[in-house]
Ligand binder design. Structure first.
Ligand code: ZN
Length: 131
């Protein structure tokens, strides 16, 4: 298992971790298999989307804020229910196909880490199985 450290600076933030995941896969020595990227935190998430135009990240954050406002009639006493809900919607992991020591991604696709209750320092775990 490999680890990626991600440090966020804003309350809600999306960070492109594609390059770090690709580096791990290429260094792993595993030629063909599956790669899972997982974040074990309840206000963080992993997703795949366009990594060419940075405004896509901002549009995703803005839309999530509209769908799940920070202040609402939540029961969770810690006060960060919106962050937990966004994490539940997006999910804590994604799995990728590894072929010839490379992750299969579309031309415009990148792998993103999200934090919805930052700033924080987080660890993303990467596990690769195959041969
Ligand atoms: Zn909480």
């Amino acid at each position: 298992m490999w680890e990626i450290s991600v440090k966020t600076e804003k309350h809600s933030e999306i960070a492109d971790i594609t390059f770090k995941v690709k580096q791990i896969v290429e260094a792993s020595g595993i030629k063909n298999g599956l790669c899972t990227v997982y974040v074990p935190h309840t206000t963080a998430a992993i997703f795949v989307n366009e990594n060419t135009d940075p405004s896509v990240k901002e549009d995703i954050l803005q839309t999530l804020d509209k769908l799940v406002p920070w202040d609402d009639a939540y029961s969770h006493i810690e006060g960060n229910a919106a962050a937990h809900i966004k994490t539940a919607i997006i999910g804590s992991s994604r799995t990728f196909i590894v072929e010839n020591m490379k992750i299969i991604l579309g031309t415009w696709q990148g792998i993103f880490f999200c934090e919805f209750d930052g700033p924080r320092e987080r660890t993303v775990y990467v596990e690769i199985i195959g041969r």
